[in-house]
Design a binder for this molecule. Structure first.
Ligand SMILES: *[C@@H]1O[C@H](CO)[C@@H](O)[C@H](O)[C@H]1NC(C)=O
Length: 139
């Protein structure tokens, strides 16, 4: 069986070519739409640019605390979108993305600082007005 002996060699060559084509995992890039400064209650999309063949793409926040979201790209998708809806101040912080391909983890992207603007709603704070009382005491 000549074929049986030749096929494993061909498969090996093809794998080598695949590695040569892709090289080491390129650094992903990250950006936010409409931007990295968003008002409370709005939605923001964080995009990560990744190479083909990625199994898992991860958006991670490491400041002020660690939170991460994993995504599964479809097919040869090269831009992955993470949508954060109705954001609050608890979504603010420093994010980056990275990905896994062929059992290897990529370098991290640059950092993206998400800033959330808007007044933090608190219960109305009532104070007693002691001004007139102070004046009457003096008289
Ligand atoms: C957004 O979040 C706030 C606070 O958690 C909530 O009161 C409000 O109903 C949410 N709005 C939407 C559209 O989900």
């Amino acid at each position: 069986m000549v074929l049986g002996a030749v096929l494993p060699g061909l498969v090996f060559l093809m794998l080598q070519r695949t590695w040569a084509q892709y090289g080491p995992p390129p650094q992903p890039s990250i950006w936010a739409v409409p931007g990295a400064v968003v008002s409370k209650g709005s939605d923001v999309s964080i995009f990560c640019r990744i190479p083909p063949g990625v199994i898992t793409v991860r958006l991670a926040r490491f400041v002020p605390s660690t939170v991460w979201y994993d995504g599964t790209p479809q097919g040869a998708q090269e831009v992955f979108e993470f949508i954060l809806k109705n954001i609050t101040h608890s979504n603010a912080g420093v994010y980056y993305c990275d990905y896994f391909r062929g059992g290897e983890s990529s370098r991290s992207s640059d950092n993206l600082e998400l800033v959330v603007t808007g007044v933090y709603r608190e219960k109305p704070f009532l104070t007693a007005d002691s001004g007139p009382q102070g004046i009457s005491e003096r008289m």
